[in-house]
Design a protein around this ligand. Structure first.
Ligand SMILES: C=C(O[C@@H]1C=C(C(=O)O)C=C[C@H]1O)C(=O)O
Length: 354
């Protein structure tokens, strides 16, 4: 077939895709009206997860799974925008990894609302200034993000979804590696390429700043300075990329949580996050975790944070497989709660695999 004929074929398919996309949008609009009447949330993470799983299972190729999911991310984003515009708070300024997580999880149909701190993301959602918030909770290289754990215990919000963002770091500078004297970045990326910096810039001064976006701004002003950031923060700079993928761990992934106010329905493959504390006595942690074992529930994460009492007492943060409405999960949580001085379930949400 000639290239003209092939392109005519593509044009015809595009017309058909546009017709079908608009029919899909019309259905979404009707679903939106029904949700308004019944006072239900517009964003439904469990439905989105089921839809994405179904797509991946039905895809015959050659379109790859990630591309298909990225396309559908935007289709669902456009559907949400028609149902009701949504705004998402995140740790700003624009260009941070939190911003990237918002764009990848919610698509371009939502309004992004940068705020100065992680605690501000929580208060924006709590006060209804934002519909949802995106907060980092742990990283495969650097571990947990303490401000997020602290805010979860204090704020009146729920975890409604999780999202894994692969974090690739770039070094931007007007100078070649041999002439770089100082490196700006946020504390987390600096930690994520510690080995790279030790091997390649052993004499450079490392300067911690409030965001990777700020790091790029500062590096633009000094010839012998560099910034470490993601691609999004570097999108608007003229600074050359000196090195790419400088993270020490090639599976450098940050897990984000979407916080909101709704309760999700079970999907059949969910996670539940919670926090508890108890008065110290021999075997207390062992006893506290026993209900999970007795009810055959697997734990996917446990972390501890000292309580601010100053007495070396701890809050324990635990993620388990299952939904809080599953009878076994509900029974285990009730048993655990009866043993604790503090107990809070943060929410149940679809489990993301990878
Ligand atoms: C259309 C709906 O609303 C939103 C948009 C979705 C979509 O475009 O498929 C899926 C879930 C919701 O977040 C729905 O609830 O089905």
């Amino acid at each position: 077939m000639s290239i003209e004929n092939l392109r005519t074929g593509i044009d015809e398919i595009d017309s058909e895709i546009i017709r079908l996309l608009n029919r899909r949008c019309e259905l979404a609009r009707q679903i939106g009206a029904w949700k308004h009447e019944n006072n239900l949330p517009i964003y439904v993470p469990e439905r989105e997860q089921q839809l994405l799983d179904r797509l991946a299972d039905h895809n015959p190729g050659p379109l790859d799974r990630d591309s298909l999911i990225a396309i559908y991310r935007e289709i669902m984003s456009a559907a949400i925008k028609l149902e009701q515009p949504m705004n998402i708070a995140f740790l700003g300024p624009e260009g941070t990894f939190s911003h990237q997580a918002v764009l990848e999880k919610f698509g371009r149909g939502v309004t992004c609302q940068p705020v100065p701190t992680i605690a501000d993301v929580f208060s924006a959602v709590e006060a209804g200034r934002a519909d949802y918030g995106m907060v980092p909770v742990e990283n495969t290289t650097e571990g947990v993000v303490n401000p997020t754990l602290d805010s979860l215990t204090e704020a009146n919000v729920r975890i409604v979804a999780e999202f894994n963002l692969p974090v690739h770091l770039l070094l931007y500078s007007a100078s070649p590696l041999s002439e770089i004297r100082c490196v700006y970045s946020h504390q987390q990326p600096l930690g994520q390429c510690r080995e790279y910096l030790r091997a390649n810039l052993p004499n450079a001064t490392l300067i911690e700043v409030t965001s990777t976006t700020r790091a790029v701004e500062l590096a633009e002003r000094e010839r012998d300075a560099a910034a470490i950031s993601g691609k999004l923060a570097g999108d608007n700079t003229d600074l050359p990329v000196v090195a790419e993928n400088i993270e020490d761990n090639l599976r450098n992934i940050t897990r984000f949580l979407v916080i909101g106010k709704q309760e999700n329905k079970p999907t059949g493959d969910d996670k539940t996050s919670m926090c508890f504390a108890f008065h110290d006595r021999a075997g207390a942690l062992y006893d506290a975790l026993r209900p999970f074992r007795n009810h055959n529930i697997s734990m996917t994460m446990i972390e501890s944070r000292p309580l601010k009492s100053g007495h070396w007492e701890y809050n324990f943060f635990v993620d388990i497989r299952g939904h809080i409405s599953d009878p076994e999960v509900a029974a285990a949580c009730a048993e655990l709660k009866s043993d604790c001085s503090f107990f809070k379930v943060f929410g149940s949400y679809p489990r993301i695999q990878n």
